[in-house]
Design a protein around this ligand. Structure first.
Ligand code: 0X9
Ligand code: ZN
Length: 493
């Protein structure tokens, strides 16, 4: 990965590499941001971004002009300048800050930092959603850290370092020990590259021809296949079904890991586990493990923080559409953006993207049988249900609430972990164009979005050692809700 080319080093080295180049997050040619890659000689640190995502020419400096001493510090550090080594925080590596804005002015400063400087918002997904008193998680590449720190201190904005060195965690997430059978770690307790996942899909289908079929439902913008695995224990036509999709957002790796976990579990536990047996006796299961293969691939090769798909936006240098703003559910109203450089860009029109169109087409043609829709995301530990595009309640709000509550209680009982639950708009933010709301309006009245672990300790960089607990607790929620749906839909087909 490009990200791993760098190592953090001391302030006195002033971010200059031995070859004379500077360490700094590099803007990709498409206008996207690489989390931390090597910057070409002549570019500068702490690059300032224009609101449209481009970089200001004025902020570029000639080679050699940049050193720790060149940075402008209007004495923001009461205990001395950390650049000389004795300050409270010496950010020489990419890190994540937890920040709580307490006033509207602080909210505005944070919105500006997260949209104009080379940083990546982890939580919330867009500056649009930043609110007074709500915690913000901001990824800050090493080269932006002094500028960001200075702005926060100047405006007295409370913040703390949440993750001190993200490169190490990224490295741990991509380390592949699968070749060592003695490690004792199963395939499902690791993250896998897209190629590995395609290989796994193929092998799983071949190994379980009686239970698993692969359905090609379309292809991505970059022409990668979108495979759905159908798990079915009999050939009963028009059997009720559940749908699960994972990986709609590239950087949310635990989501895709969950789909593989779930598939393996359903295949292996039929006639072993009574709940799963009852689920498969009553329902077919459709699973789309990677809804956004281009974005996922990009997070493995170029930019670990990438969220959207990778489609080209005419007239803009920014790539990608947020697939979870591209569905036809109050599309592109408040809570989405019509600007291609935004993380929550809604696209040119509803279902403009091949990935969302493929899912929508499949569900439209299976809408009489699919009774439960679940979309897996991360992070923040929430069980959400419609609506997210309006504060209005759905007609079966109480049912959905009871199901989410029961699932969250089971997670608390069995795993001592807490999940918030509720309708999306009131629980996180108003966000139109989402797959769950669209599926609900299509007629799939049991529709959920799960935000898996964690709550920010590692965020998107959840270590592989946490996969099993994250997946097991999500599994308990999926089973609990599915069993309720079976009860409620018995006899509907
Ligand atoms: O904003 C989203 O798309 C989801 N959160 S995330 O941090 N994973 O990006 C929440 C989606 C909730 N549902 C809808 N907005 N429809
Ligand atoms: Zn997501």
């Amino acid at each position: 990965m490009a990200d791993t080319a760098l190592v953090g080093f001391g302030k006195s080295a002033a971010r200059r590499q031995p070859d004379g180049s500077q360490t700094a997050a590099r803007r990709q040619p498409d206008g996207s941001q690489s989390a931390a890659s090597r910057q070409p000689v002549g570019s500068q640190t702490a690059a300032r971004r224009q609101p449209d995502g481009s970089q200001t020419a004025a902020s570029r400096q000639p080679v050699g002009s940049q050193s720790a001493g060149d940075m402008i510090h209007p004495q923001p550090w009461p205990n001395g300048d950390p650049a000389v080594g004795y300050g409270p925080w010496s950010p020489t590596s990419d890190h994540v800050l937890s920040i709580i804005p307490k006033t509207q002015e602080q909210v505005d400063v944070l919105k500006r930092i997260s949209s104009e400087y080379e940083t990546v918002l982890w939580q919330p997904a867009s500056p649009l959603y930043i609110r007074e008193g709500a915690e913000v998680h901001l990824f800050v590449p090493a080269h932006s850290s002094e500028t960001v720190e200075q702005l926060l201190v100047t405006h007295a904005i409370t913040h703390r370092v949440m993750l001190a060195n993200t490169r190490e965690l990224t490295e741990i997430q991509t380390r592949n020990d699968s070749t060592d059978p003695r490690s004792g770690i199963s395939y499902y307790e690791k993250y896998h590259s897209l190629e590995d996942i395609y290989y796994w899909i193929n092998r799983t289908t071949l190994e379980h021809p009686d239970m698993v079929k692969t359905i090609l439902i379309g292809s991505s913008f970059e022409k990668r296949p979108l495979y759905v695995l159908k798990v079915s224990v009999d050939d009963r036509p028009n059997k009720n079904a559940i749908w699960l999709d994972c990986g709609i957002h590239g950087r949310e790796w635990i989501s895709t890991a969950f789909c593989l976990w779930f598939l393996q579990y359903s295949i292996g536990s039929y006639k072993q586990n009574p709940d799963m047996t009852s689920i498969l006796d009553n329902m077919d299961v459709y699973v789309l493990p990677v809804m956004n293969p281009d974005g996922y691939k990009y997070t493995w090769t170029k930019d670990r923080m990438w969220r959207k798909n990778r489609s080209h936006n005419n007239g803009s240098k920014c790539f990608g559409v947020d697939l979870n703003r591209n569905f036809d559910a109050n599309w592109c109203t408040e809570g989405a953006s019509n600007r291609p450089c935004s993380q929550i860009y809604c696209g040119q029109f509803p279902e403009s993207e091949p990935e969302s169109k493929a899912v929508a087409n499949f569900l439209r043609s299976h809408k009489d049988t699919v009774k439960l829709y679940i979309s897996l995301h991360s992070y923040s530990q929430m069980l959400l249900f419609p609506y997210s595009y309006t504060f209005n309640k759905t007609e079966n709000h109480d049912d959905l609430l009871a199901m989410a509550q029961e699932a969250a209680e089971k997670i608390r009982r069995y795993y001592s972990n807490t999940y918030k639950y509720g309708a999306g708009a009131e629980t996180i933010y108003l966000a139109p164009g989402g797959s769950d709301d669209w599926a609900y309006n299509l007629g799939i009245k049991y529709s959920f979005t799960f935000e898996l672990q964690d709550k920010g300790k590692y965020g998107f960089l959840l270590p592989p050692s946490d996969i099993s607990k994250a997946c097991n607790e999500a599994l308990i929620a999926v089973k609990s809700i599915t069993l309720r749906v079976i009860e409620k839909t018995q006899g509907t087909l």
